[in-house]
Design a protein around this ligand. Sequence first.
Ligand SMILES: Cc1cc2nc3c(=O)[nH]c(=O)nc-3n(C[C@H](O)[C@H](O)[C@H](O)COP(=O)(O)OP(=O)(O)OC[C@H]3O[C@@H](n4cnc5c(N)ncnc54)[C@H](O)[C@@H]3O)c2cc1C
Length: 358
Amino acid sequence: MSAPRHCLVVGAGVAGAAIASALADKGWQVDVAEQAHAPAGGATGVPIGVLSCHVSVDDNPLSKLTREGLLKVRSFAQAHLVKGHDWLDCGVLERRLDGHTKKKTWTPAESDSVWHGWVQTPTDLQLAQAGLKQVSADEQLWQAQGAWIKPLSLIQAMLDHPSIHFQGGQSLKATEIQALGYPAVVLAVGAHTSDFLADLPHAPELPLVPVAGQISWGLQEAAQTPAFPTFAVNGYGGFVSHVPTPQGLAWYSGATFHRGQTQAEVTVQDHSENFLKLQQLLPQAAQALQSQWQTPNQLQGWSGVRCTSINRMPIARALDPVKLPAWYVLTALGSRGLTLAMGCAERLASEMDQRLMD
Ligand SMILES: Cc1cc2nc3c(=O)[nH]c(=O)nc-3n(C[C@H](O)[C@H](O)[C@H](O)COP(=O)(O)OP(=O)(O)OC[C@H]3O[C@@H](n4cnc5c(N)ncnc54)[C@H](O)[C@@H]3O)c2cc1C
């Protein structure tokens, strides 16, 4: 007889919420324990996120995972979130300003390319809307399936399932969890993974790197609106505007990347770095924001710590099927966790389901 399908998920960021949702959809009972009092106590607390693919000429494994994840999160958002308020399928203009492979080396829109329907050359109108009349369309990509999303709305909707039981204020240690005797445990603690595993006997060391970062944001003034594109832009930092918040429309810019840093704090230096990037990414928007950026009480910041792996691939697997048969991990979602989480969670949930039935 197979073991009862009951799982403890540790951590309620997008990884924890996505695996809880994927397991619950397969008929599991899922307890989610989060150390903060509410979901999104870590990197998933970022107020806005861009959903976009990792575009590569050789269609590498990360590209494939981002396409799979993007389809899943878009379809979930379509069914469970309010378009225009919680998310928007506005498309993403990707400017390749950071030395990445130039689009001119291949033609993504060719009908036999895997990127057909995903990546196009931006139109003159799109470039004009971004204030980029003088740039060559050849070095920009239009990601037609791209979107922005509010991560908290996303994970609240994922956790809103009759078979998922959320408990906040639970900072559980590995040995305490072992004593609880769950048939399956998924570790989804983001940048806390290495510390957590250090206390779990027989746990492997995972090749993880913390990357702290900050976004800058503010409320959008009516006079600025014509200078801001209605879609998201990324490629050297990112920019999203026209986002409804309780205080009015908001814009968001960033982020910074500090590899190896585990402390998340909002700093003036990171605000400056975000502004310098925006000046290159979208000079017209940067100009419209110049005075607001210099007025401290009009500029807000948010910072957090992502977790990435050495090869930038997410980690979604059994920890050690022989020595730790109940334990799984879903982490290293890096800078694209909102795009990747649901696809990775679906694969992991299928593996867990299969193992429990064997
Ligand atoms: C500045 C910034 C901007 C970003 N922008 C984007 C973007 O535009 N698009 C995108 O897709 N991604 C973006 N990301 C990345 C994205 O936020 C992350 O990939 C994603 O949130 C990681 O989710 P996670 O669930 O793995 O980790 P987390 O969200 O960090 O979740 C881990 C959770 O585990 C909890 N926890 C830790 N230890 C314990 C314990 N012992 N017991 C119980 N709970 C515990 C924590 O409180 C936390 O809630 C950004 C990240 C940052 C920092």
